[in-house]
Design a protein around this ligand. Sequence first.
Ligand code: FES
Length: 165
Amino acid sequence: MAEKKGTVPFSGTPEQEAQLMQVIAQHKEDKGALMPVMQKAQDIYGYLPIEVQTMIAKGLGVSLEEVYGVATFYSQFSLYPKGQYKISVCLGTACYVKGAGDVFDRLVQKLGIKSGECTPDGKFSLEACRCIGACGLAPVMTVNDDVYGKLTVDDIDEILGKYNA
Ligand code: FES
């Protein structure tokens, strides 16, 4: 089966798995163990891929559907890892009216991933955010701690190029 585009292969270590098993063992008898175990699992792995969800489901004796349902319902959980470079495009009102949607679409097209995903090489992740308080520079995006303002879709290639060097 072809690898789904935009996903990074899971690469958990035996140490991480041992940590997770310990957390599961600690909480196994608790009512409402699922949320705390998932939070700790995300601390350990940085995100909650299906492999980790499966370990949690088996460990706690709940269905994978239940784990998946919680993972996708709460925004604190991420199903995808963050990239080396975290791209965040402001889709707040000021940015949106100045074309942030087009900037976002160009990034989706250039990187081949959707919002919340990470490129298969682990380099870039993409997300939308709310106003970051730099409306005077609209439309705005950030790459890790770098801020780019007054963007047009034509700026995207050059900006990505900086990080691809
Ligand atoms: S709306 Fe984008 S920075 Fe304020």
